[in-house]
Write a protein that binds this ligand. Structure first.
Ligand code: NDP
Ligand code: MG
Length: 389
């Protein structure tokens, strides 16, 4: 029986993780759930899964959650400080990091410090501070198992292999809803359109990141740190069917891939159960449904976010942290129709140009870089809105 802390339990990954738990009550028990502000769903989940504690990071929701759970033996805490304490409890075996964005970094580091096994969905954690996170995990003996489908695929391909015999890793990308489109089309697209992902149902932020290809850019950086690669060992190929989840090419030219239908419950289940493989009844891939698998090179000129992420990877230091912060802000603005689709890349690029470079950032430097980048990109957004009127 594994006892889990599910951070971000009300999100797309969090709710699917709870489906996995519900399907295997003999294997998993919920010790902790956390959400930010969706108190209604958090309360429902707590009543159903009976964790030892829940943490609501938005302090304004504390009283509501506390009162709703008053008759149950469930501890209720609020704020990020409490979350960082709770994830270190001895009663927890595995922490699923499924909080969105930079906000998830602090609790992951706390879990690492306590030597927990981490099932990591929150890719931004590694994009922002991958070097620091992986070094800390090594020092504390905390194992990190990826949940992101591409990285889970690579992780599965590497079981039984010698990592030094890897030539390169090839991340697949669906291309999103705007595959093949050019700037004259993209200039007019709105959030409602960009939220229609052809293959995956995910949270809003990552769905927009998939449409701009920033998601793949973040995933290249995530792969570098997870698997200890050189920058030129990571390639991206567009594969619109999303059934090959990624590939590893070895020094003898042999390629291994992991395949399956696009369903995040698979990599979630794999990460939670590792090293076991457990049976489920999810729909199987039928090759008759996929008579043609296609592959093409990404269009870096149109989908500039992917090029910007590659540059950030090469520059290193605090540059990926700037990229991530600027991206989180512009995606939020795009979801509110406050910035255009193509303009998002302009804003990120301008922010990258004006934040001071730090080669070997400390945790304090990352916090400062994140803060400054958000202020800077918000200024650019304000200026661009003023220039419209
Ligand atoms: P969602 O937006 O669906 O859910 C985010 C979760 O994080 C919610 O539980 C939310 O709480 C919580 N949260 C949001 N902001 C904060 C905050 N400031 N502090 C604490 N908690 C917060 O996101 P997804 O589930 O789609 O994605 C989660 C992570 O997993 C991301 O890093 C994403 O890149 C990664 N990922 C997601 C995939 C997917 O299929 N969805 C695939 C691969 C990776 P509340 O609901 O209360 O706001
Ligand atoms: Mg992915």
């Amino acid at each position: 029986m594994k006892r889990l802390a599910i951070l971000g339990s009300t999100g797309s990954i969090g709710t699917q993780a709870l489906e996995v738990v519900a399907a295997h009550p003999d294997l998993f028990e919920v010790e902790v759930l956390s959400a930010h502000s969706n108190s209604t769903l958090l309360i429902e989940q707590a009543v159903r899964f009976k964790p030892n504690a829940v943490v609501v990071t938005d302090d304004k929701k504390y009283t509501e959650v506390k009162e709703a759970l008053a008759k149950l033996p469930i501890k209720v805490f609020s704020g990020h400080g409490a979350l960082a304490d709770v994830v270190q409890w001895d009663s927890i075996d595995t922490v699923l990091g499924a909080i969105l964005g930079f906000a998830g970094l602090n609790s992951i580091l706390a879990a690492i410090d306590a030597g927990k096994r981490i099932a990591l969905a929150n890719k931004e954690t590694l994009v922002v501070a991958g070097e620091l996170v992986m070094a800390r995990a090594k020092a504390k003996g905390a194992v990190i198992i990826p949940v992101d489908s591409e990285h889970s695929a690579i992780f599965q391909c590497l079981v039984g292999e010698d990592v030094t015999k890897v030539e390169k890793m090839i991340l697949t990308a669906s291309g999103g809803p705007f595959l093949g489109r050019k700037p004259n089309y993209l200039v007019n697209v709105k959030a409602t359109h960009a939220l229609q992902h052809p293959n995956w149902v995910m949270g809003a932020k990552i769905t927009i990141d998939s449409a701009t290809l920033m998601n793949k850019g973040l995933e290249i950086i995530e792969a570098k740190w997870l698997f200890g690669l050189e920058n030129d060992q990571i390639d991206v190929v567009i594969h619109p069917q999303s059934v090959i989840h990624s590939m590893v090419q070895f020094i003898d030219g042999s390629l291994k891939s992991q395949m399956g239908l696009p369903d995040m419950k698979l990599p979630i289940q794999y990460a939670l159960a590792f090293p076991e493989r457990i049976k489920n009844d999810y729909k199987r891939l039928d090759f008759k449904d996929f008579p043609k698998l296609a592959f093409e090179a990404p269009d870096y000129k149109t989908f500039r976010n992917l090029a910007l992420a590659k540059e950030a990877l090469i520059k290193g230091g605090n540059v990926p942290c700037v990229l991530n912060a600027a991206n989180e802000v512009v995606v939020n603005a795009f979801l509110q129709n406050k910035v255009g689709f193509l303009e998002m890349s302009d804003m990120i690029e301008k922010t990258l140009e004006c934040i001071s470079f730090i080669q070997h950032p400390t945790m304090e430097d990352y916090l400062q870089t994140d803060k400054e980048s958000r202020i800077q990109v918000t200024e650019f957004l304000k200026k661009s809105q003023l220039s419209i009127y």
